[in-house]
Ligand binder design. Structure first.
Ligand code: NAD
Length: 444
């Protein structure tokens, strides 16, 4: 692990010399016997599989676990699985006390950025769930900080490593459909979380197992309500999530973005039902315009995102694919020589099928997004969903959710300046205030 020590020493001395790097309060140490010492924040829900999949690497030791809920389904199960791991209910204490190499962040979305940035500031490698952040500004701060610190990062869009998505990307790179003219992506399922359209009155007693203030973290205070936020149902709420596009965009748009090499959109417009300031809409249509490149037919390329129960681009894809063959979620890339259907977590299909009967598709193996990250932390290989790539993808998705809030308005994005040109209300939605108690230098 000497490369890591060198990097850490560099970060510390560079920070001390005032090169503009964040203050490093590192407690990192030289790992012995080539083990990567990992901490996990949020170990119930998706965090459980994040931890278990990473622990499949023989080079990973799960050293510390943190969850705001110490009941059996959350911290309890993880503690049973890794009895030697130190247990915490506050990630700040974990970071202060533990000597770690890397951190996995699997909290609800509103806490990704504060936890991940604090880890990066200590020189730790980070795996962080998708979407990378809750706001556009947080995404840029994280990707800049990771780059400066030279840590190994990976966003949790694990399907990227599956053979299905990788072969879709390769088909486009191999020129199977020629230059891409337009893209439609959709998620036609109903939201799986509890839908409620406004904040309920009052509060419920906080269960003994739950540290509610720690769950809220940077978000504004509100009373605990049973089954409304924790666990899982926080997805309905603007303070904690970005709705259906926020939940699925980093998966469904990932192979599209990789295949075409999309950069930042320049224009974003949404059609959606009216929205209040509490919850997300349950259907939306977002039109993005991106700059074109060598893989696009024109100097710009349109991508349309559609979500809502049963909502699919049936009319738009008439003549390309039959409604009956459209999966519940996925994308179609319309190219000059054919089209590519990329079902969400499914085998990609070249269209029209009869034209591509004899086309030799790439045969790839499924890789582990988690082990790729753990290996890269140890100096073996690299990660593709590093915070540079993932930050840009997350910014795109979250700009779409700003457009949903301001439905019917075309937003013009200047990515270099991080400005939504001429729209003060939209600009305000690029970031959010943090509760003082949870402020993290560089974010709030
Ligand atoms: N990549 C995927 O396929 C995928 C699938 C599901 C969820 N996710 C992502 O994983 C994250 C978690 O989603 P979920 O469905 O598991 O949510 P969840 O609410 O079901 O579980 C979150 C877990 O984190 C704990 N937690 C909450 N706040 C915490 C904090 N501040 N500190 C420590 N622990 C905390 C909770 O107690 C719980 O154990 C989200 O970002 C979500 O978008 C990704």
């Amino acid at each position: 692990m000497s490369h890591r020590l060198t990097r850490r020493s560099f970060i510390q001395s560079a920070a001390a010399a005032g090169f503009g790097l964040p203050l490093i309060r590192t407690n990192a140490f030289a790992s012995e016997n080539d083990q990567l010492h990992v901490g996990c924040v949020g170990v119930g829900g998706k965090g459980w599989s994040d931890m278990m999949e990473t622990a499949k690497s023989p080079h990973v030791t799960i050293q510390a676990i943190c969850d705001i809920d110490d009941s059996a389904k959350h911290l309890g199960r993880a503690a049973e699985q890794f009895p030697k791991a130190t247990k915490y209910s506050d990630w700040r204490t974990l970071l202060d006390k533990e000597k770690l190499d890397a951190l996995i962040v699997s909290t609800p979305d509103h806490m990704h950025a504060p936890v991940a940035l604090s880890a990066i500031q200590r020189g730790l490698h980070v795996y962080c769930q998708k979407p990378l952040t809750h706001t556009v500004r947080e995404a840029r701060v994280l990707s800049d900080a990771a780059k400066k610190a030279g840590v190994v990062t990976q966003m949790g869009n694990q399907i990227q490593a599956y053979a299905e998505y990788r072969s879709a990307v390769q088909l486009v790179h191999d020129g199977a459909i020629g230059k891409v003219k337009e893209v439609f992506s959709w998620q036609s399922g109903s939201p799986r979380w509890r839908i409620i359209s406004d904040r309920p009155e009052g509060g419920d007693p906080v269960p003994k197992s739950v540290k509610w203030n720690n769950w809220l973290g940077v978000a504004p205070e509100r009373p605990y309500k049973k089954e409304i936020y924790h666990p899982f149902n926080w997805r309905d709420w603007q303070d904690f999530s970005n709705g259906q596009l926020g939940d699925f965009g980093c998966h469904i748009l990932d192979p599209v973005s990789m295949a075409i090499g999309l950069t930042a959109p320049t224009s974003i417009t949404a059609e959606a039902p009216p929205i209040n300031s509490e919850t997300w809409t349950h259907s939306a249509r977002v039109k993005y315009v991106f700059p074109g490149n060598e893989r696009t037919a024109e100097s710009t390329i349109n991508l349309t995102w559609i979500d809502g129960p049963g909502h699919k681009p049936v009319k738009e894809l008439a003549g390309i694919i039959d409604e009956s063959k459209l999966p519940g979620a996925g994308s179609v890339l319309i190219g000059e020589k054919g089209s590519l259907l990329i079902p969400h977590v499914g085998v990609p299909k070249l269209l029209p099928e009869e034209k591509f009967v004899d086309y030799e598709k790439p045969e790839l193996e499924r890789l582990s997004h988690y082990v790729l990250w753990a290996d890269a932390c140890r100096g073996e290989g690299t990660t593709n969903s590093n915070f540079g790539y993932a930050g840009n993808l997350t910014e795109t998705i979250l700009l779409g959710t700003i457009a949903i809030r301001l439905r019917g308005t075309e937003l013009k994005w200047d990515a270099a300046a991080q400005k939504l040109i001429g729209h003060a209300q939209a600009e305000n939605l690029l970031s959010k205030p943090y509760r003082k108690e949870w402020a993290v230098a560089g974010l709030s």
